[in-house]
Design a protein around this ligand. Structure first.
Ligand code: MN
Length: 292
């Protein structure tokens, strides 16, 4: 009999707060639980659970702001987000799409509800994840990956009761399109009632999952929508069993980046000095144009 990986903690997100006027998020970490060093390379998870926005002629969102030292990754489940940055990237992500922005040495961006979505209103459902960069890549050139739903890796489960969408890394030999700086697997799992999937991630990888919909058992522990399940770092299987229809689960699994973290606002570096440098560089216009 194969061993299972122990569930270390199950927690719900803290009360929501607004990011700009367009994203009402619960910050699972680091505010909800301070997992900053515990859960690298994943250092921030903001979850905008499904929420109805009334029609608005002026798109809601968050205006120009900088980042340095990591990547911001936005997952759209419902609604649409439009992005601009000061390196010339522009994109719209629709349900099933992912935008993977590598801030690295420095970028400024802004994110708003896409114009048509804003005009019509509707349900908005998103995740923003921050992925840390190892020291040797923090000052690389910024990058941008626009990843569409069609490009994702897809695996139909043998019981006919679910699918795995592979965003990064691989599942059962099927690769995801995202390029990452450190080894990681990011999956979105959809299951119907009675469906089961077994995940076998490397035991040293930090692993956790957020339930986006439905009810499930994870290694026998009952979990519901908006629960985050953190697994211990040990070899073993993670068996997910759907207890309802329309179970949707966001799975993160990544090799830890074993380096000190100095985080301050929109910058994530290794030392206080580098944080001060980031502030100074930003104030001295070294992040590039504000005109975008
Ligand atoms: Mn941002």
């Amino acid at each position: 009999m194969s061993r299972t990986r122990t569930v270390e903690m199950i927690f719900a997100g803290p009360p929501t707060h607004w990011v700009g006027n367009g994203f009402e998020v619960s910050n699972y970490f680091p505010s909800g639980k301070n997992l900053l060093e515990r859960f690298t390379p994943f250092i921030l998870l903001d979850y905008n659970a499904p929420r109805e926005f009334p029609p608005s002629e002026t798109p809601k969102g968050v205006g120009q702001h900088p980042h340095r030292g990591f990547e911001t990754v936005t997952f759209a489940f419902e609604g649409a987000v439009e992005h601009h940055d000061n390196k010339g990237n522009h994109g719209i992500i629709y349900p099933g799409d992912v935008q993977w922005m590598t801030a690295a040495s420095g970028i400024m961006h802004k994110e708003y509800h896409e114009k048509e979505f804003s005009k019509n209103g509707g349900i908005f459902h998103m995740i923003q994840l921050w992925v840390n960069l190892p020291k040797k890549h923090k000052m690389d050139d910024p990058g941008y990956q626009a990843i569409t739903k069609e490009q994702m890796g897809k695996v139909a489960l043998p019981d006919g009761k679910g699918t795995v969408t592979v965003v990064a890394g691989a599942y059962d030999g099927v690769k995801g399109p995202a390029k990452s700086f450190t080894p990681m697997n990011i999956y979105i799992i959809d299951l119907q009632k009675g469906g089961t999937i077994t995940l076998n991630e490397p035991g040293n990888f930090n692993m956790g999952m957020l339930i986006l919909g439905g009810e499930a058992k994870v290694n026998g522990e009952a979990c519901k929508t908006k629960d985050f399940i953190l697994l211990k770092n040990e070899e073993g299987e993670v068996v997910i069993h759907a207890e309802s229809d329309d179970v949707k689960i966001f799975v993160l699994s990544g090799e830890p980046i074993d380096e000190p973290i100095a985080a301050g606002g929109p910058f994530v570096m290794n030392t206080r000095e580098e944080l001060m440098q980031a502030n100074e560089d930003f104030n001295n216009g070294k992040f590039g144009t504000h005109d975008f």
